[in-house]
Design a binder for this molecule. Structure first.
Ligand code: PLP
Ligand code: COI
Length: 352
């Protein structure tokens, strides 16, 4: 282990309640390397800089993928991760799609836990509303000028204390603008958490913000008709009949938050749920509430959507949070923070 890395147990003096979603340098990060067909043990390192060959395929051809997770402090001081097994699975799928070596589950979990534990002082305390964002990443670092897979890879996990992704704290109502540029092709990489999808989406987010929206909303790239997802989150709709809908699409990220919410809504809120194509224009008048959901976004109610050159208000709640999304949020966040019973065993405690 890097001699400079040591765990400090006293919390940093940060204004936890007013953090935004921004990178804050913490004390250490985990790094492991793959070469000649195998992974090394990995270790905690103190430098946030990575020395990468100028010919690395991650830099030129976007041979890289990543994950997003959060650690939360429970009221009894336990440090909880939410369904980390699904992040491991999803990174495996992305690695296979981009011809990268899988990060073994044991290595993934050890990297995440060591990075969290070593940065204990940076984990926001219970009740602050903030959390420790965890970013595992897998990048092709060896030199390769031709278009072929890298011969060396780095698996790295860094963490940063964060506040809400969309500016206001707690449950805030956001707006989305339908994008004229596509994020992912039907048989492309839309369902994988790979950096290339996000580089292609930067313009859509900028255009959305230019009309005053928080974020871009993508429709399917074949017909520009069915809802796909937002730039950094999946979509949930509650219809006027009380059904919780979510888009079925091969081009969207299989959000862990969305999959969890659909299960909770069905099993614990007694709601009827459907995962199916949702035609934005044809079905908009049936929407009572909508929300974007994801690790960073948590659950952010959508007040209005920009499409066909104008704003369309969702339901009649205006800028208020609707009752269904409030219930879903309370249940999800209550479980993630260890306040409510975790019937599915989704929370994973990191021993400190
Ligand atoms: N969709 C996109 C494009 C994302 O970047 C994210 C964030 O990870 C999500 C959806 C939500 O996925 P999850 O709930 O697994 O964080
Ligand atoms: C996450 O929610 O973890 C993400 O990766 C979204 C990212 C755009 C911040």
């Amino acid at each position: 282990m890097d001699a400079k890395v040591n765990m400090q147990t006293e919390k940093k003096a940060l204004d936890w309640a007013n953090l935004s979603f921004q990178y804050l340098r913490t004390d250490s990060r985990f790094s492991a390397n793959w070469k000649d067909g195998s992974w090394n043990e990995g270790e905690l390192v103190s430098s946030e800089l990575i020395a990468v060959h100028e010919g690395a395929p991650s830099l030129h051809y976007a041979q890289q993928c990543f994950e997003g997770m959060k650690a939360q402090t429970a009221s009894d001081g336990r440090v909880l991760l939410f369904r980390p097994d699904l992040n491991t699975e999803r990174m495996d799928l992305a690695a296979a799609r981009l011809l990268m070596p899988a990060v073994p589950r044991e290595l993934f979990m050890r990297g995440v836990e060591e990075a969290v534990r070593a940065n204990y002082a940076w984990i926001p305390p219970f009740g602050s509303g903030a959390s420790l964002y965890i970013r595992p990443m897998l990048i092709g670092v060896g030199e390769n000028l031709g278009l072929k897979p890298a011969r060396e890879f780095e698996f790295r996990v860094f963490v940063s204390p964060v506040g809400p992704y969309y500016k206001q704290a707690g449950l805030s109502v956001i707006s989305l603008a339908v994008s004229d540029v596509d994020r992912a092709a039907p048989r492309g990489t839309g369902s994988y958490k790979v950096g290339a999808n996000y580089a292609g989406g930067l313009l859509a987010t900028k255009l959305a913000q230019e009309v005053g929206a928080s974020e871009a909303l993508y429709l399917d790239s074949k017909e520009a008709r069915y809802i796909d997802e937002a730039g950094s989150a999946n979509i949930l709709i509650c219809t006027k009949d009380g059904v919780l809908l979510t888009p079925k699409s091969d081009a969207i990220l299989p959000s862990i938050t969305r999959r969890s919410i659909m299960t909770l809504a069905r099993e614990q809120l007694g709601m009827s749920t459907q995962e199916r194509p949702i035609d934005l224009r044809a079905e908009f008048s049936t929407f009572q509430e909508a929300a974007a959901c994801g690790t960073a976004a948590v659950l952010s109610p959508i007040g209005k959507i920009w499409f066909d050159g104008q704003w369309h208000e969702v339901g009649d709640a205006g800028s208020n949070v609707g009752p269904t999304m409030q219930k879903v949020y309370d249940l999800l966040v209550g479980i993630q923070r260890g306040d409510l019973e975790d019937k599915h065993g989704w929370c994973h405690e990191v021993s400190i």
